[in-house]
Write a protein that binds this ligand. Structure first.
Ligand SMILES: Nc1ncnc2c1ncn2[C@@H]1O[C@H](COP(=O)(O)OP(=O)(O)OP(=O)(O)O)[C@@H](O)[C@H]1O
Length: 296
């Protein structure tokens, strides 16, 4: 089966600055995939390359096994700024969705508006930011796409609307098998919704894997700072924090940690994301283990 999104050495440069570099990814279908990273990490750039709004400066991206242009009819995209015609009513906007998309599902799009309590006769220009987001999402879902790319779709929804929207997304994945890639800064939402995670920072993908597998491979470890060197030798330390006597380390384990001086517990997704996002980079898509020296 074709992948939802495949990138090979993908990069995009503005002048001399790389917005995205050395990005190689194989994202599976029929999942909700979270794209997480700090401001300026390259998330929007990756999504824009995937829908053909940007051309790569290096490498290649394929969407549903095709070029972005060839896959466009099967891709729903909601851009961060959710562009809509302010002079149209909600009903006119939905009708336009029908004219533009052969696979348009008017019932689904209208249901989304009903569930969000948005009147069909209201002008788009007079909707609140959150209501405009709901409409943009209804337009993307109404297209009945095979792949939905959503750039911070829930950022300006209230908590109830956010929960409702994420529930709808998960239902859509279960019912229609749509694949979803969504960027978000809201780690709690990502933890609840996403079965697969792509962590980005400094214009590079740092790690991409099943959320469960990622959580299974990482541990939070605390113990005596003086013994931290032993761990650095055997496991990949993603992030380390030290007090005078104590070390708190997030590690990617290479096996069980049996030394009783260490307190070992599973990492939360938030700890994992923050650790990778703040880890220094050594090269393409790799995470540097911190220096083998324990800072004084
Ligand atoms: N049109 C542009 N011209 C020059 N630099 C750009 C342009 N668009 C993006 N960049 C730069 O590329 C880098 C990646 O930006 P991008 O918008 O992809 O980040 P992001 O992860 O989506 O950030 P955010 O979470 O803030 O939306 C940033 O350093 C940004 O300043």
């Amino acid at each position: 089966m074709a992948l939802a999104l495949e990138a090979l050495g993908l990069g995009r440069r503005y002048g001399r600055k790389w917005a995205l570099r050395d990005c190689s990814l194989s994202l599976p279908t029929e999942r909700v995939i979270g794209l997480v990273g700090p401001n300026g990490a390259g998330k929007t750039t990756l999504l824009s390359l995937a829908v053909g709004l940007l051309r790569p400066s290096a490498g290649e991206v394929r969407v549903l096994g095709r070029s972005p242009r060839a896959a466009l009819a099967d891709v729903g995209f909601v851009a961060q700024d959710k562009p809509l015609y302010r002079g149209l009513t909600v009903a006119e906007t939905l009708r336009m969705g029908g004219w533009l998309n052969p696979s348009w599902d008017p019932v689904l799009a209208r249901q989304r508006m009903d569930r969000a309590g948005i009147p069909l006769q209201q002008k788009v220009g007079s909707l609140s930011g959150g209501q405009r987001s709901q409409l943009a999402l209804a337009m993307a879902l109404g297209k009945r796409p095979k792949l939905l790319l959503l750039d911070e779709p829930v950022a300006d929804l209230d908590p109830l609307a956010r929960r409702e929207f994420l529930k709808v997304l998960m239902e859509e994945v279960a019912d229609s098998g749509v694949s979803v890639v969504l960027s978000s800064h809201l780690l709690a939402d990502v933890e609840r919704t996403c079965e697969y995670l792509v962590l980005m920072s400094a214009s590079q993908v740092q790690v991409a894997d099943d959320t469960e597998a990622l959580l299974g491979h990482h541990r939070m470890i605390t113990g005596p700072r003086a013994k931290a060197g032993d761990l650095l030798a055997d496991h990949q330390v993603i992030n380390a924090e030290y007090t005078e006597r104590q070390a708190s380390l997030l590690v990617r384990t290479n096996g069980p940690i049996t030394d009783p001086v260490w307190t070992v517990r599973p990492a939360t997704l938030e700890e994992l994301a923050l650790a990778y996002m703040s880890a220094p980079m050594t090269g393409a898509n790799t995470v540097a283990a911190p220096s083998q020296e324990i800072p004084a």
